[in-house]
Design a protein. Sequence first.
Length: 156
Amino acid sequence: MLSNFYSLLLIICIFSLIYIINYAYLYFYKNKDFSSLKNNIMGSILILFGILKLYDIEKFMEIFQKYDIISKNIPLYSLIYPFIEILLGLYFLYSYKLTNVKLVTNFLMFISIISVSLSMIKGQTLRCGCLGAFFHIPLSYVTMSENIIMLLINNL
């Protein structure tokens, strides 16, 4: 499992790369219209994270059900969660019904923050499912920071 430092570094690199790609795309191909930058960033993050979860969906489900408060009670939720992320990401990219999309995204981020907080309070040493089974990231303040940043981007 990656250390908290390397996990944070990985998340910062992913977020930064997504920002740079979206900024460059808008700068060179959209006549410098940056009004949709945050929607493109949120959409890209959600799609990437959803796709990484699909890399090994069974392992992701196993990881996710250990700490997510909904998946613990409704295992099917862990199966459809990556698809929900990808769908929300597409809605962000196409700016479709953003009020509803932002509400659902806020709900998912709050559930994730609560789930991670409860696991950390219990002192559980678990893997984070945020990047699926592709990367071995510990459930820690890094996971919490990632969710808070996404929540902030979503509500700017």
